[in-house]
Design a protein around this ligand. Structure first.
Ligand code: ATP
Ligand code: MG
Ligand code: MG
Length: 377
């Protein structure tokens, strides 16, 4: 069996690795030049894109910003999973908000802005603490502007003045005071079977994910049920096939959806060692029509992103339950180079291990690590 992934980064690589024991061959498309490449070596394969599409059982994406002409070509085959509509929802915050409203799923108070004058109205209705998001092409906090008080409004308008808001509107959100960020990774199969992973708690730094802990601690049954209900509504509503990630803010005992990722997700990487079945394996199982694997956690676990740095001692692997996943990319500022998974018998032990880990890595690249270690202890 073969699965073709649009995008040739680390997510395609991890899907490839998960496919090996299942006998599923995963190939990747470099969307810059439409070449079909090996997901690990990135070397071009013999087949061209049309041949690769024909010889694949399923087509999927590792990121939502795949050029629409490629999605249209893929969608013609009936092998694209999730559907083009679901992928476009993840790629466009306006579509995303419309979908959330259509399914009555709680989300951030927001306005859609197609003209800069409307920003004054936003301040009136949403307050003067706002996050302004470009509706397309943003990730890791790029394409966002923060209004901290009304006096900044004019300078923000200046910063936004070059944008064509008719073509790409802004989504302006109220800046929420939430308790924490949680994400739900779930999977729906071709036959409609649904499984969800336990919630992960996510720590961000400058708009970028640094640490996830799963299962998130202190999750009441009601909260877990709310998350599962949100996932089921979305996945069934979209007739979704594959892994879907739902980023949420916890405000008291209510979950507000921040955004959706129609793919395997960074906050689900813990499942490689912390769950019975990884998100990558479950995504492939869903796509090719196999029964889904157990999504329960095996133990408390943490995932730490290695961002913008490659020089640290690999001796961190001496910590029991510590695993390195390296993506083989050249170093760039803010670039996700790899991640470290740590599992433990208890949250306190997980905290101890994260403390140990911080002794092996340069603190400036791991700003959330000590904080999280202390919190878990
Ligand atoms: P990703 O890499 O997760 O796709 P992104 O660039 O699409 O990120 P968001 O997830 O929308 O951006 O926002 C990045 C982070 O900014 C969030 O994880 C959260 O910490 C913060 N944030 C976003 N929206 C709000 C909000 N309305 N109120 C408070 N904080 C917010
Ligand atoms: Mg995003
Ligand atoms: Mg996000």
């Amino acid at each position: 069996m073969r699965v073709l992934v649009y995008g040739a980064g680390q997510l395609a690589q991890m899907m490839y690795l998960a496919g090996v024991p299942l006998g599923i061959d995963v190939q990747a498309v470099d969307v810059k030049d439409d070449t079909v490449v090996h997901p690990v070596s990135k070397r071009p394969l013999e087949q061209n894109l049309v041949q690769a599409i024909e010889s694949s059982d399923a087509l999927t994406v590792e990121f939502e910003h795949v050029p629409e002409r490629l999605l249209e070509q893929a969608a013609k085959t009936d092998k694209l999973m999730p559907s083009m509509d679901a992928i476009l929802v993840g790629a466009d915050r306006v579509r995303e908000k419309h979908l959330l409203e259509r399914f009555s799923i709680p989300n951030c108070p927001h306005r859609i802005v197609t003209h800069l004058d409307q920003l004054d109205d936003c301040v009136k209705t949403l307050g003067d603490k706002l996050i302004i998001k470009a509706s397309r092409d943003g990730y890791d906090g790029y394409g966002q502007w923060r209004l901290k008080d009304a006096s900044q409004l004019e300078s923000i308008k200046d910063a936004l003045s070059g944008l064509d808001l008719e073509a790409v509107p802004l989504v302006v959100e109220k800046m929420l005071q939430f308790e924490r960020e949680l994400s739900l990774i779930g999977v729906r199969s071709r036959s409609g079977e649904i499984k969800v992973y336990p919630l992960a708690e996510n720590l961000h730094h400058n708009g970028q994910l640094h640490v996830s802990v799963a299962p998130a601690s202190q999750v009441s049954e009601a909260l877990a049920e709310q998350a599962q209900q949100i996932f089921t509504t979305l996945a069934e509503g979209m007739q979704y096939v594959g892994v879907l990630a739902v980023e949420m803010f916890q405000c008291g005992e209510e979950l507000l959806v921040n955004e959706l990722a129609p793919r395997v997700h960074n906050s689900g990487h813990w499942s490689l060692s912390g769950a019975h079945t990884s998100q990558f394996e479950n995504h492939l199982r869903a796509l090719v029509g196999l029964p889904l694997g157990d999504t329960r956690a095996l133990s408390p676990s943490a995932m730490i992103n290695v961002i913008g740095c490659s020089t640290f001692s690999r001796d961190l692997l001496s910590i029991p339950g510590c695993h390195l996943h390296w993506y083989g990319k050249s170093v760039r500022e803010k670039r996700k180079m790899g991640h470290i998974n740590v599992t433990a018998d208890s949250y306190a032990q997980l905290g101890e291990k994260l403390h140990k880990l911080s002794g092996y890595v340069p603190t400036e690249y791991f700003p959330e690590l000590e904080k999280e270690a202390d919190r878990l202890l």
